[in-house]
Design a protein around this ligand. Structure first.
Ligand SMILES: [Ca+2]
Ligand SMILES: [Ca+2]
Ligand SMILES: [Ca+2]
Ligand SMILES: [Ca+2]
Ligand SMILES: [Zn+2]
Length: 425
């Protein structure tokens, strides 16, 4: 297996490599993991996308690393930046003799730094999420430069020669920390959860994102503050589904090209839950983000998927409230509506939704692209629609009748989950 070189390492350097026939590559291998102790995310199962494994050290897929040359008598040299492209042992290959890092040194002594950043694997888009301090400053990298007392090169691939395969710590794996109660461990957990969302959505994103952990003290439920920033509260790093939920808000803001969303959750007191009754905008905005949260962990294109978030089934056909019209303000019902136009498990209507079926299975990215069809402005069906019911599932429906054009769109998206009483204005 290989890991993919980051495109941005330096185009000019790659060009030089391509023209120097005598340059000899080095291959350095390793296994990078992190200590997983998350909840609110599924264990590995059919239909689960890279499940959580609380209590295990799991492969850090999609996490970025730097490789450095360790020098005794001069500053260390950065060789390059990579991301982990798959599970198990991974290898990075780079040219050495003509690289800026070699400086005439015969063979590099290679060690890793973990830099608190993730991206989609196999991606065509370079958006990343970086976990930062509350104030936006950098967290320290984790370095394996110095080994342990008496064994300073424990994690260094010393004198990595051309033509051989070199290893960093071949007898085990690299782990930033095993202390799952530590802030370092929990910020890596919430960052890994963010990677799940990028794995699904980053092709639609146009800005890098800062994940603040521990987040703002006045944001005790975690929050997305603008299209480039979200905060995970200090006690919530282990919650697997929160990071993907907040990124659902970030994604919607990026698609809208703005730094706020109409999201009125003041009905019945400020705040919301999956099954609370909110004004239409709150139900719709939080429902959308909750759908993103779940579809980042469960494959909708697998009829065996059992999408559960916060212990609630997102594919259950029976509406939350037994009276159809009472479901319009329930965030879960909106989340289910988005899930149903996405998932392959097309179920019959039930309960208050009567005979209205789930009969559709559009693509996840095409569903997100539906937000591209909202014009700028604060009027009805526009992306800043200002009243408490504004910007709801009906707006999404009417702006996308040409895009998600199947005749079952209204039945599946609106009626199957009892959203027809949302405000049409
Ligand atoms: Ca409320
Ligand atoms: Ca469906
Ligand atoms: Ca369904
Ligand atoms: Ca509206
Ligand atoms: Zn939210």
């Amino acid at each position: 297996m290989t890991i993919a070189a980051r495109f941005f390492i330096a185009i000019a350097t790659f060009f030089l490599f391509a023209t120097v026939a005598t340059a000899a590559p080095r291959t350095v291998c390793f296994n990078l993991r992190f200590a997983d102790d998350r909840n609110n995310c599924p264990a590995p199962a059919n239909g689960v996308l890279r499940g959580c494994q609380a209590g295990s050290d799991v492969d850090a897929i999609g996490h970025q690393i730097e490789l450095w040359d360790k020098d005794q008598n001069s500053p260390d040299d950065l060789i390059g930046t990579w991301y982990v492209n798959g599970g198990g042992t991974q290898c990075a290959t780079f040219e050495w003799e003509r690289s800026a890092a070699s400086l005439g040194e015969h063979d590099p002594d290679v060690y890793m730094r973990y830099i608190n950043r993730v991206n989609q694997t196999g991606f065509s888009n370079y958006v990343f999420v970086q976990v930062v301090r509350r104030d936006g400053g950098a967290h320290p990298a984790t370095t394996w430069r110095n080994g342990q007392p008496g064994d300073p090169d424990r994690y260094v691939a010393n004198n990595c020669t051309a033509g051989s395969t070199c290893y960093m710590f071949p007898s085990g794996y690299l782990l930033p920390t095993s202390d799952v109660a530590s802030e370092r461990a929990q910020r890596i957990m919430t960052l890994d959860s963010a990677q799940h969302m990028l794995q699904v959505y980053s092709d639609l994103m146009n800005r890098n994102v800062k994940l603040h952990f521990p987040g703002k003290d006045d944001c005790t439920t975690s929050c997305a503050t603008d299209r480039e920033n979200y905060h995970i509260f200090k006690t919530q790093g282990r919650d697997g589904i929160l990071s993907t939920h907040e990124l659902g808000h970030v994604l919607q803001m990026q698609i809208f090209g703005q730094d706020s969303l109409t999201d009125d959750v003041s009905k019945g007191g400020n705040g919301w839950s999956l099954t609370s009754d909110e004004f239409d905008s709150g139900a719709t905005t939080e429902g959308w983000a909750s759908y993103v949260a779940v579809v980042s962990w469960f494959d909708p294109n697998n009829s065996a998927s059992n999408p559960v978030g916060w212990s609630v089934n997102f594919d259950a056909a029976t509406p939350t409230n037994a009276t159809c019209s009472n479901n319009r303000g329930i965030p879960l019902q909106v989340a289910r509506a988005f899930w149903d136009i996405d998932d392959w498990n097309n179920e019959a209507g039930a309960g208050a939704a009567g005979r209205a079926r789930d009969a559709l299975a559009y693509g996840t990215l095409d569903i997100a692209r539906g937000w591209q069809h909202f014009a700028d402005g604060s009027g009805n069906r526009q992306n800043d629609e200002s009243d408490m019911h504004g910007l709801n599932a009906r707006d999404y429906y009417w702006n996308n009748t040409w895009w998600l054009a199947a005749p079952e769109f209204f039945e599946t998206f609106i009626e199957h989950n009892c959203l027809q009483d949302q405000d049409n204005n």
